[in-house]
Design a protein around this ligand. Structure first.
Ligand SMILES: Nc1ncnc2c1ncn2[C@@H]1O[C@H](COP(=O)(O)OP(=O)(O)OP(=O)(O)O)[C@@H](O)[C@H]1O
Ligand SMILES: [Mg+2]
Length: 268
């Protein structure tokens, strides 16, 4: 189990036609192994940029990130990514998709088969191994994406709006699945979401990010993810404690959006 440490990370994108975008400024935090961190904030505040830096897809322009004390300087199996949609191999079966990582690692066929069965069970897709990806609903495809990520046994699962493309009911069910995976695997998760309710429900730690430049504006330690493992999600989301936090966050995000609009108005 490895802790993640982000130290004064900054990201400036140089634009091809000149100029630059200050996407992240001085982002620092430590995430102990096994935490579920949600990132919430208005569009353009650097959530995806931060996730890509944690994944090692992007090198920050300043600062550094370590996992278990080792510097992150490229993609690696100990950091798995789940995207919003469309990152599966459409032409392969469900089982082949999940088996991708282990196959690349030259794991024994018989072992891989057992692992794939196990993971399909875990994500509620038992019996779907032979189906083609295009035959599945959006929610089922995201289940495959989660299983494929888990097949590499990463230390940290990075998720960029993994439930963002799903209808409300499916989304709610999948939130339960994320909590279940978190509990059963004990892995660290960093999950980006636009939904205040989702950020509150899933995050046992939550960062509200702000734009221009992208930064961490506020940090919350929350009880709901832990509680959500044992009680009905509808009940939890209707509880006074949850509603109070939800309203607080909504106001905060609203204020930010207003400032952005004002800023954009001033620029035009
Ligand atoms: N490759 C790039 N080149 C130049 N600018 C970029 C690049 N990627 C992102 N940006 C800019 O950096 C800022 C942060 O972008 P990022 O995609 O990280 O935001 P986000 O919080 O994920 O937004 P969203 O909620 O819309 O997904 C934005 O202003 C964006 O336009
Ligand atoms: Mg994004």
């Amino acid at each position: 189990m490895k802790d993640l440490s982000v130290d004064k990370v900054g990201m400036i994108y140089e634009l091809p036609k000149g100029g630059s975008v200050h996407a992240l400024h001085d982002v620092s935090f430590d995430l102990e192994a096994g935490r579920l961190l949600t990132l919430l904030g208005p569009s353009g505040c650097g959530k995806t940029t931060l996730l890509n830096i944690l994944a090692g897809f992007l090198a920050p322009t300043s600062g550094s990130v370590t996992l278990g004390g080792d510097q992150i300087d490229g993609p690696g199996q100990e950091r798995g990514m789940v995207f919003q949609q469309g990152a599966l191999f459409e032409w392969q079966s469900v089982a082949q998709n999940v088996a991708f990582g282990p196959r690349m690692n030259r794991k024994k066929k018989s072992e891989t088969k057992v692992l794939v069965e196990e993971l399909l069970n875990t994500v509620g897709l038992q019996g779907f191994g032979d189906k083609a990806i295009y035959e599945l609903s959006g929610g089922m495809q995201q289940r495959v994406a989660l299983a494929r990520c888990l097949a590499n046994d990463p230390e940290v699962m990075l998720m960029d709006e993994p439930l963002g493309a799903l209808d409300a009911l499916t989304r709610e069910k999948m939130q339960g699945l994320v909590l279940k995976l978190w509990q059963e695997t004990g892995k660290s998760i960093v999950l980006v979401t636009h939904s205040v309710e989702e950020a509150l429900y899933l995050g046992d730690k939550l960062f509200v990010m702000a734009p221009r430049p992208g930064r961490i504006e506020r940090i919350y330690e929350l009880p709901f993810a832990e509680v959500g493992l044992h009680v009905d999600p509808r009940e939890l989301k209707a509880s006074p404690e949850f509603i109070e936090k939800r309203e607080e966050l909504l106001s905060l995000i609203w204020e930010m959006e207003e400032q952005i609009m004002g800023h954009e108005g001033a620029m035009s």
